[in-house]
Design a protein around this ligand. Structure first.
Ligand SMILES: O=C(O)[C@H](O)[C@@H](O)[C@H](O)[C@H](O)COP(=O)(O)O
Length: 255
């Protein structure tokens, strides 16, 4: 199986500056392409790491005023997965992003456009997924020919069981081929009701970055990259399916 081509390991202090460069490189590409930067984000530790990357001044001695900066006026943020809870609930990925990143954007900078879930469908994850898919259709499929939404960048975490988004190991949702957004009512990780981008949507993104930080990720990353069983886990499926589009900007503990 072996390591994928775009895998980088950083010391803790170097994760944020390298993630900053990676994200801003994708921003530059996206703005060249269509003058908007459409990003899907997951929850977990990612919002905090991303805030550190985007909101701290670049720490590299070689950085200068010409280095790219986040242009949040051009950002559209979507959720790679979201829990079916109110937007101010402690389990909400949107609440997490707000407290870790959005609320910390200095007032002199514009806010990105953010697309949270619609709270009126909290009790019905399938309807919630359908509504979020409709939102994606309205944003991405202005042209009839669009079969899948093209996110400029999807930033994902890697769960200790190899899950990513709310795609869990061996779950039937992994076999979905048509829908863009899926519902899950039996998530092994609470809360049980969630929505998630489907695997084909994740794989279709222009770039996909896994951000996996900390010593605790060592075992699961080793399994994903080095075993056949790991290759069948959701993170492994994204890794295999996306190939060169994967740019791992996380801290990869050496083993
Ligand atoms: O809704 C979720 O459960 C999260 O989005 C989840 O998919 C997360 O990204 C991983 O569990 C990694 O979490 P950490 O970054 O905290 O390790």
């Amino acid at each position: 199986m072996g390591r994928p081509p775009n895998l980088y390991a950083f010391s803790d202090a170097d994760v944020a500056p390298n993630l900053r460069k990676y994200v801003l490189d994708q921003q530059t590409e996206a703005l060249k392409r269509h003058n908007v930067f459409r990003v899907a984000l997951s929850g977990g530790s990612l919002p905090k790491t991303l805030a550190k990357a985007l909101l701290s001044p670049p720490s590299s001695p070689s950085s200068d005023d010409n280095d790219p900066k986040p242009d949040f006026s051009k950002w559209e943020i979507f959720y790679a997965d979201e829990r079916c809870v109110p937007l101010d609930h402690a389990d909400s990925n949107h609440a997490l992003l707000r407290s870790e990143l959005l609320d910390k954007i200095p007032p002199n900078l514009p806010q990105p456009k953010v697309h949270p879930i619609d709270e009126q469908y909290l009790d019905d994850p399938q309807e919630m997924a359908d509504q979020y898919e409709k939102l994606l259709v309205s944003v991405f499929a202005a042209r009839d020919s669009v079969k899948l939404p093209l996110f400029d960048l999807i930033l994902l975490g890697c769960g200790p069981d190899g899950h990513t988004c709310s795609l869990f190991p061996d779950h039937p949702l992994l076999r979905e081929t048509d829908a863009w957004v899926l519902s899950i009512a039996d998530s092994p990780k609470p809360p049980a009701k969630r929505i998630t981008l489907s695997l084909p949507v994740v794989l279709h993104a222009a770039k996909i970055g896994f951000v996996a930080t900390g010593e605790g990720k060592k075992g699961i990353l080793k399994k994903i990259f080095e075993t056949e069983e790991g290759g069948r886990l959701p993170c492994g499926l994204v890794n295999e399916g996306a190939g060169e589009k994967i740019g791992d900007a996380g801290s990869y503990p050496r083993y």
